[in-house]
Design a protein around this ligand. Structure first.
Ligand code: PLP
Length: 354
C-alpha cells in the first residue's frame, strides 16, 4: 500500500521521565514530511530525523497564515500495543480545513498511512504511565517564496510527535471560566470550523485576560450577536440542564470536535436526551440561577473532558454542581479514556491499532 522511505536519526534522544513532561516541549526523533507542488500533487512522503525546517523568509505561511493543523494522540494499551483514536476523522477534518484555506486536499489514505508509519517508528516514545500519551501534530504550511496575496503553489505537510504527561496529574479539578464579551474567536463565514493557526492567534488576548483575572478559560460568544455560547477556550462545551445535554450546534464558527462527536454518540447510546442548538448566555445563567444547570464541561483531545465548576458573566456568577465534577461528566471521562487507553472494550470501532 503506502511505503515511505525512512531516513533514521543518527542519534536517538533519551526518553523523558513522563512525570516531568510539559505539554508540547519535547519532540521525538523523527518526523513525517510530504510535499505539494502544482502539477505534481502531493508527493514524496517520507520519514526523516526531527530537525529545523529551512524556509525562505518570504514563505507565504509567515505572512498570510495559509496554514492548517490537527491534534490527536497515540495511547499505550495494557497489553503494550499502541493505538490511535478515530484518526481518519482528523485526516478528514484537516481536509475540510484545507478546503477553506485553499490548500490542496491530502490523499486521505496516504496521510493516515504517514501518521501510522511515524507512530510505529516512534512507538518507544509512547509513554505507559497512567494518563500519558504521545501527542501527534500534523500540519500543512504554504511555502511559496512570494508576497502576492493568493493561494500558494507549493506546500509542506509535516507530522511531529510529542510525549505528554497526564492532563489530570493532580486529579480532575473543575475550572472557573468567564464569558468574554469583547473579543470573539470566530465569525459566521470565517474560519471558526477549521483548525487554523489564525484562530488561535486571535484568541490569545482573551485567554491572557482570563488568566489575569483568575480564570482558566474563556467562554466564547458568537461573533455576530455576542449572545450565543460557542466554545470554551479551545474546547467544545456541553451543559446538562434539566436532565438533557445541550451543546452549541455546528453553525460554522464552532470547531467540529472529535471528542464532541464521540461524547454525543455515547450520550445518545446511553439514552440521554441530547440537543444541538443555539444556547444564549442569558438562558444558561438563568438556568443556573434557577438551579437547573446540573453540569458543564469542555471536550477536546488534550483534556478529554474538563469539568466547569464556576462561570462568570459580567457581575453574575454561577457555581455548577457545587464546584464538583458531575456524574455524566465523570462517566464520559471514564468511558472515553477507557476506550482510548484500551482498558474498556470499543464497541464503536473508534480505535485503530498502530
Ligand atoms: C481542536 C479543537 C477542539 C477540540 O477538537 P477535538 O477533535 O475534540 O480535539 C475544539 N475547539 C477548537 C477551537 C479546537 O481547535
Amino acid at each position: 500500500m503506502h511505503e515511505f522511505p525512512i531516513q533514521r536519526a543518527g542519534q536517538c534522544k533519551p526518553k523523558p521521565d513522563p512525570s516531568t513532561l510539559v505539554f508540547g516541549r519535547t519532540f521525538t526523533d523523527h518526523m513525517f514530511l510530504m510535499d505539494y507542488h502544482q502539477g505534481q500533487g502531493w508527493h514524496d512522503g517520507r520519514i526523516v530525523p526531527y530537525a529545523p525546517l529551512t524556509l525562505e523568509p518570504s514563505a507565504m505561511v509567515f505572512h498570510y497564515a495559509q496554514e492548517v493543523f490537527e491534534g490527536l494522540k497515540a495511547y499505550r494499551r495494557p497489553d503494550g500495543g499502541v493505538q490511535l483514536f478515530r484518526p481518519m476523522d482528523n485526516v478528514r477534518r484537516m481536509n475540510d480545513s484545507c478546503e477553506r484555506m485553499c490548500i490542496p486536499k491530502l490523499p486521505e489514505d496516504a496521510a493516515l498511512a504517514g501518521i501510522q508509519a511515524l507512530v510505529k517508528l516512534e512507538a518507544d516514545w509512547v509513554p505507559s504511565a497512567p494518563g500519558t500519551s504521545l501527542y501527534i501534530r500534523p500540519f500543512i504550511i504554504a511555502t511559496d517564496p512570494a508576497l502576492g496575496v493568493h493561494a500558494s503553489h507549493s506546500y509542506l505537510f509535516c507530522v511531529i510527535c510529542s510525549p505528554v504527561g497526564a492532563y489530570y496529574a493532580e486529579g480532575i479539578n473543575p475550572v472557573r471560566i468567564y464569558v468574554e464579551n469583547e473579543d470573539v474567536r470566530a465569525v459566521r463565514g470565517g474560519t471558526g470550523y477549521t483548525k487554523c493557526g489564525g484562530n488561535y492567534a486571535a484568541s490569545i488576548r482573551a485567554g491572557q485576560r482570563a488568566e489575569q483575572q483568575g480564570y482558566a478559560q474563556v467562554l466564547w460568544l458568537d461573533g455576530v450577536e455576542r449572545k450565543y455560547i460557542e466554545e470554551v477556550g479551545s474546547m467544545n462545551v456541553m451543559f446538562k440542564v434539566d436532565g438533557a445535554v445541550v451543546t452549541p450546534k455546528l453553525t460554522g464558527s464552532v470547531l467540529p470536535g472529535i471528542t464532541r462527536r464521540s461524547c454525543l454518540e455515547l450520550l445518545r447510546s446511553w439514552g440521554l436526551p441530547v440537543e444541538e442548538r443555539l444556547i444564549s448566555a442569558q438562558e444558561l445563567f438563568d438556568a443556573a440561577q434557577a438551579g437547573r444547570l446540573e453540569e458543564a464541561w469542555g471536550t477536546g483531545t488534550a483534556a478529554v473532558v474538563s469539568p466547569v465548576g464556576e462561570m462568570a458573566w459580567n457581575q453574575t456568577r454561577a457555581v455548577v454542581n457545587n464546584g464538583q465534577i458531575g456524574a455524566v461528566t465523570q462517566k464520559l471521562y471514564d468511558t472515553l479514556t477507557g476506550i482510548q487507553w484500551g482498558t474498556l472494550p470499543d464497541p464503536y470501532g473508534w480505535v485503530v491499532p498502530v
